[in-house]
Design a protein around this ligand. Structure first.
Ligand SMILES: [Zn+2]
Ligand SMILES: [Zn+2]
Ligand SMILES: [Zn+2]
Length: 274
């Protein structure tokens, strides 16, 4: 099944430009249309549907960060069918409340999927949305589902499988997802052997690459290149990028088939069968 992946945001937690920073990349990022302008990380998948019968493709969002409103506006996004979460850090969950108008369109509510740790963060941060009694009446109409916790476990959404690929993010293990022949692994500094086994035969690998220097909870460029060489996808895209990496200069230095992703970039791939 043909799918389109859109990078809604490719920046690190602080975004690029970084507030208060006057470096060359941040200065360029303040110019309209700059490929160095990076909002907080998230992707949108569109697949299925039937244009001939007037049925729109399904929209699955991975993470709703603090820039979700601007990202959805830029893309003229009018509906979402489900949201998958990678982990509970602010740059990945704080846009949950902006799902409200889209959640009201769905009679049964908008399904959210997260592991136990992330679900607990969502329930704490957005307590007024998830409380059982005296729920704030106009809060998002969302239904939070726990995903299976084991590596290789999958959930099925609209005919595509989303496989849980655990990755190491500093002191924690968070959720990466494989869907068809693509994988989205944001926020990691390493990938366990058991997860590498779930990443064979990929067309597209999307991987965290924060900056040039090593970092305790994010892969740096050299580490991510090493991971791409092990996994051997057809195409690799780095995301969760800080102001350390100029788009054009870094792309010119990266070995094939690796590129920095950029906000708004779209890729086509096969989402099924897994
Ligand atoms: Zn992050
Ligand atoms: Zn800067
Ligand atoms: Zn994180």
């Amino acid at each position: 099944m043909e799918a389109t992946l859109t990078f809604l945001g490719t920046g690190t937690s602080m975004g690029v430009p970084t507030l208060g920073c006057g470096c060359a990349v941040c200065t360029d990022a303040r110019l309209p249309g700059s490929l160095n302008r990076r909002t907080r990380p998230s992707i949108l998948l569109a697949y299925g549907g039937d244009a001939a019968k007037g049925r729109s493709p399904h929209h699955v969002l991975i993470d709703s960060g603090p820039d979700f409103h601007a990202q959805a506006t830029r893309l003229n996004l009018t509906y979402i069918d489900a949201v998958l979460y990678t982990h509970g850090h602010a740059d990945h969950v704080l846009g949950m409340d902006d799902l409200r108008p889209l959640s009201f369109r769905l009679p049964g509510g908008l399904p959210l999927f997260a592991d136990e740790a992330t679900a607990q963060v969502l329930e704490r941060v957005f307590e007024y949305t998830f409380r059982k009694e005296n729920r704030y009446p106009t809060s998002a109409r969302v239904i939070l589902h726990r995903i299976p916790e084991e590596a290789g476990d999958a959930i099925e959404l609209f005919g595509a499988k989303f496989i849980h690929v655990p990755v190491t993010h500093g002191p924690t293990t968070i959720v990466g997802y494989r869907f068809g022949n693509a994988a989205y692994l944001t926020d990691l500094n390493d990938i366990p052997e058991t997860s590498l086994a779930l990443l064979e035969g990929l067309d597209i690998l999307i991987l965290d690459a924060l900056r040039r220097e090593p970092h305790p909870s994010h892969a740096h460029v050299e580490k991510s290149i090493e991971l791409v060489r092990r996994i051997q996808p057809q195409r690799a895209f780095f995301t969760h990028i800080s102001h350390d990496l100029d788009h054009a200069l870094t792309n010119a230095s990266l070995p094939s088939p690796i590129q920095l992703a950029f906000d708004g970039q779209q890729l086509s791939f096969d989402i099924a069968p897994c």
